[in-house]
Design a protein around this ligand. Structure first.
Ligand SMILES: [Zn+2]
Length: 890
């Protein structure tokens, strides 16, 4: 629910009281400096989110041209706000204009029926353009958050013809800060350290969990800020243009403005792409009209990837605009043209005019204020073209919705009720729902394409306005093979190349394309978890199926409650149903029944009561003592790891370099996680002089020795993705990274879903299917049986990975067809190599998870590799041989 921060009744009462004493007058509209203490974008000053949001509240209190709304809490509990600016008349009729935008965007009239073209024209004539401009997403890119109060003040108070027309024709949705926590963190750090070399470098992530990846969360919606914003985009305002600002212009350009670089994602509607070019052109023209030089287009930033704040809206028929302005600090700088790089990454000169860089920036003194002025110009251009082409923007969204519904008429995605992990299917449906996907649930069994489906199966029809979003998330990405020159190195995508959601989440989805699926359905608002049930009162133990990720939440709760938990190494017969290896066995003790029932109900688990303990080997799982290594400087993979652990209720302790250097780790921990980081980053850390003393220096060789000692003493060291370099380089394991020295024109996998074969009889892979899609992003590839050779040439594999004593292969790349979604080059270098290994070290072990098992909180299908590794480390019995010990010591 939305809540006005200043209820209009209170405001009216206040005004009425004033009216008694003086002639009716509004509170004077405050300028930003009167609240913040300095004019926005003043040198050497940064305003916190608190200060900026206080300004917005005061503006709201003083003017009827702005309304400020509370849109939810942030990760650290701040209140995130959104403002709506328009004429007094428009704001009085805001509900009507929102309704029009929604009707057109969803192609749906008041009765839920599709619009006619004629009706859509009428609505477009009546409606107002909904134009979204947000500020402050990436917190170390500071100019936009500082510009927000200035932009709001200008839009509310300025009475030029242009601004009056904008207020008349546009509903301006201004989000002052997309990451309030980061805004305050960076402002406080800068103001404290201004003048130091580290004034703009933080020792930690600028968002509690995800840092810079807060712009990688826009279809997964894992973070509260992403969900706050998604509600506004896809349920409240349905903007036609979404303008998202950043600050990484390719130097020395002053601002990047669309058109974007190729490749373009094939699912983006042409009217979106044309709209992007139109708006981009409006921005660059205006910049040059105002004498603001150095705007560049068609370089670096492409439209391939879904998941960014400006890219996810493409698939919702919204025109997403990104600009990247230069100079992200309140400290002024002098730019010397003699030191400019000669060319941009697209090959064009940095000093001579070209088609998409016609007014080169030639250097000189530069201040934050200038960057903010570029952003003001960008925002004004977007608002202006929003006003001028108001009816077109509105009608376009209808046209795209209408055409999408037609194009997807015969296309249905069926999510069968029967799933490996039914809870994952529920999580996927609810994730898609946040993105505005229309979902139905079958109320009866049905047949489609000759296959039978049970009642309760979900259906996602192509015949919906945001069909491009559905198609993009539920099909493999086929990235075009693009090279910098023929047979040359690949032209890398801006971000990742493949992200197919159902593959990442391990959810079976059948695509039916021959005809619409006919079955009785009900609409799904939020998918509910399966009804949890405990089959009775156990005499011996309760068996919990490890295939559901939710089982791990249940076990963490039961361990916390003091229950005794085992895992079976063999399949368990539970009342005629066979549960796989790794099944959890919770001993029936005092109060266990109630705790198990509570877990079953809360988590949607079917738990079997056993009257006798199953035969076969078991392992005792104790409450794990987990340390998560967190290197200074902010490591996003560490943040995501921490976030996933919290979601699944694993307790953990953060380990800093000094903790690793101090040693005695085994006494405190069963498991230590090393999130993705290079050997150099971990061992050397931040360079001396680059940050205050307490943050520099890394874990050092002493830390590496302590980690080895930890494993040797019986601990479990889990190295994630490239962090596996540390144990491989220093622990003397018979393992090498066989792609370490390949060149990028031989081997290049930039963020791709790869097929992997899993040995699910191994404790690290218990509860997993035999085949998974793993997220590979410049990851290592393991070859067992060969030590890292100093002068060795890397060669493609000639046979299967040899089994080596003390090393257990948990997951491998098959000998063909590795590509599941995205793009890869040099597939053969992976054939039959390993992606996940467990290697013995004396009394303990190292587990190498050689890809991103928890990447950006998305691949639910591979979370278990992390969870199982933790439980294995906290298990009472070692299950592996000890023969590797000698080798490891050498
Ligand atoms: Zn950015």
């Amino acid at each position: 629910m939305l809540k006005r921060l200043v209820p209009s009744a209170v405001l009216a009462a206040a005004l009425a009281m004033v009216a008694v004493a003086v002639p009716l007058a509004q509170t004077p509209v405050p300028a930003p400096e009167s609240v913040i203490g300095w004019a926005p974008c003043t040198d050497y000053k940064l305003a916190t989110y608190e200060s900026i949001s206080e300004y917005f509240r005061k503006l709201d209190a003083a003017s009827d041209r702005i309304q400020v709304y509370d849109i939810g809490k942030t990760a650290e509990g701040r209140t995130q706000i959104l403002s709506v600016i328009s004429s007094e008349d428009n704001l009085r009729n805001l509900a009507r204009y929102k309704q029009i935008a929604k009707s057109l965007a969803l192609n749906r009239d008041e009765n839920g029926r599709p619009l006619t073209d004629e009706r859509a024209r009428q609505l477009a004539r009546e409606g107002k353009a909904m134009i979204w401009v947000d500020f402050g997403l990436h917190a170390t890119e500071i100019a936009h958050s500082q510009t927000a109060p200035w932009m709001a003040w200008k839009a509310v108070t300025e009475d030029t013809e242009e601004m009056k027309e904008i207020r008349d024709k546009v509903i301006f949705i201004l989000v002052p800060n997309m990451n309030p926590d980061g805004g305050t963190l960076v402002a406080n750090w800068y103001m404290k350290h201004v003048g130091k070399p580290w004034e703009m470098s933080l020792p930690e992530l600028y968002h509690k969990y995800v840092g810079h990846d807060n712009n990688r969360d826009w279809f997964m919606f894992t973070q509260p800020e992403s969900r706050n914003i998604a509600r506004q985009l896809y349920e409240e305002y349905f903007p036609q243009i979404v303008y998202n600002q950043h600050q990484s212009a390719p130097y020395p350009a002053r601002i990047f403005v669309p058109p974007f670089e190729d490749p373009a994602n094939f699912n983006i509607p042409p009217l979106v792409m044309r709209g992007i070019n139109t708006v981009g052109d409006a921005i660059t023209r205006r910049l040059d009209q105002e004498g603001k030089v150095g705007a560049i287009s068609r370089v670096s930033f492409d439209t391939w990837w879904n998941g960014g704040m400006r890219t996810a809206p493409y698939f919702h028929n919204m025109v997403g605009i990104l600009t990247e302005t230069g100079h992200s600090t309140p400290t002024p700088a002098d730019n010397d043209p003699a030191k400019f790089p000669r060319r941009f990454s697209n090959g064009e000169s940095t000093t001579e005019p070209s088609t998409f860089y016609p007014s080169p920036y030639m250097g000189g003194h530069w201040t934050l204020r200038q960057s903010c002025e570029y952003m003001m110009t960008g925002s004004m251009a977007v608002l202006d073209i929003g006003a001028k082409r108001r009816q077109e923007w509105l009608y376009d969204t209808y046209q795209m919705a209408r055409d999408a519904m037609k194009a997807g008429a015969n296309e249905t995605y069926v999510i069968p009720a029967e799933q490996w992990d039914p809870n994952a299917a529920v999580r996927m449906i609810n994730t898609l729902r946040i993105g505005g996907v229309q979902v139905e649930r079958a109320t009866a069994p049905f047949t489609a394409s000759g296959k039978q489906y049970a009642a309760g199966s979900f259906l996602i029809r192509g015949a919906q306005p945001w069909m491009p979003y559905v198609r993009d998330l539920l099909n493999p990405q086929v990235y075009p093979d693009r090279r910098l020159y023929p047979d040359g190195p690949p032209e890398p995508p801006y971000d990742i190349s493949g992200w197919t959601l159902n593959m990442q989440m391990g959810v079976a989805v059948d695509k039916v394309t021959n005809a619409p699926v006919t079955v009785q359905t009900e609409p799904v608002t939020t998918a509910s978890i399966p009804a949890g049930v405990v089959s009775g009162t156990a005499k011996a133990a309760y068996a919990i199926d490890p295939r559901s990720n939710e089982a791990f939440i249940a076990i963490n709760r039961l361990l916390k409650g003091g229950d005794v938990v085992y895992r079976s190494a063999a399949a368990v017969d539970a009342g005629g149903k066979s549960l796989p290896a790794g099944t959890f066995l919770v001993v029936a003790g005092q109060g266990t029944q109630a705790r198990v029932e509570q877990a079953a109900k809360a988590l949607g688990l079917a738990i079997a009561a056993l009257d006798a303990n199953p035969a076969g080997d078991v392992m005792r799982v104790k409450a794990p003592r987990v340390g998560v290594y967190n290197p200074w400087g902010g490591n996003m993979d560490e943040g995501w790891t921490r976030w996933v652990l919290e979601q699944y209720e694993f307790p953990y302790t953060t380990l800093r370099d000094k903790d690793i250097r101090a040693g005695s780790l085994r006494a405190k921990f069963d498991v230590i996680l090393l999130p993705d980081a290079s050997y150099e980053q971990m061992v050397s850390g931040l360079a001396p002089g680059s940050m205050p003393e307490e943050y520099v220096g890394g874990m050092t060789a002493r830390g590496v020795t302590n980690l080895f000692q930890f494993a040797s003493d019986g601990g479990t060291l889990v190295a994630q993705d490239s962090a596996s370099e540390l144990p491989i380089a220093t622990f003397g394991l018979p393992i090498r990274n066989s792609v370490a020295s390949l060149r990028s024109n031989e081997f290049y996998i930039p963020g791709t879903l790869l097929r992997m074969t899993v040995n699910n009889t191994h404790p690290v892979a218990w509860g997993m299917p035999k085949e998974i899609a793993g997220f590979f992003v410049h990851s290592p590839v393991f070859e067992v049986g060969r030590r890292r050779g100093r002068f060795e040439e890397d060669a493609p594999a000639s046979g299967p990975t040899p089994a080596t004593a003390g090393v257990n292969v948990v997951a491998t790349y098959p000998g063909k067809d590795l590509l599941m979604s995205g793009w890869l080059m040099g597939e053969r270098y992976l054939f039959n190599k390993a992606s996940v290994l467990e290697a013995a070290i004396d009394k303990g072990r190292v587990i190498l998870l050689g890809f991103r098992v928890e990447h950006r909180g998305q691949p639910h299908a591979t979370f278990k590799l992390l969870f199982n590794s933790i439980y294995l480390g906290a298990s009472e019995k070692a299950t592996m041989g000890q023969r590797q010990t000698e080798a490891a010591r050498r």
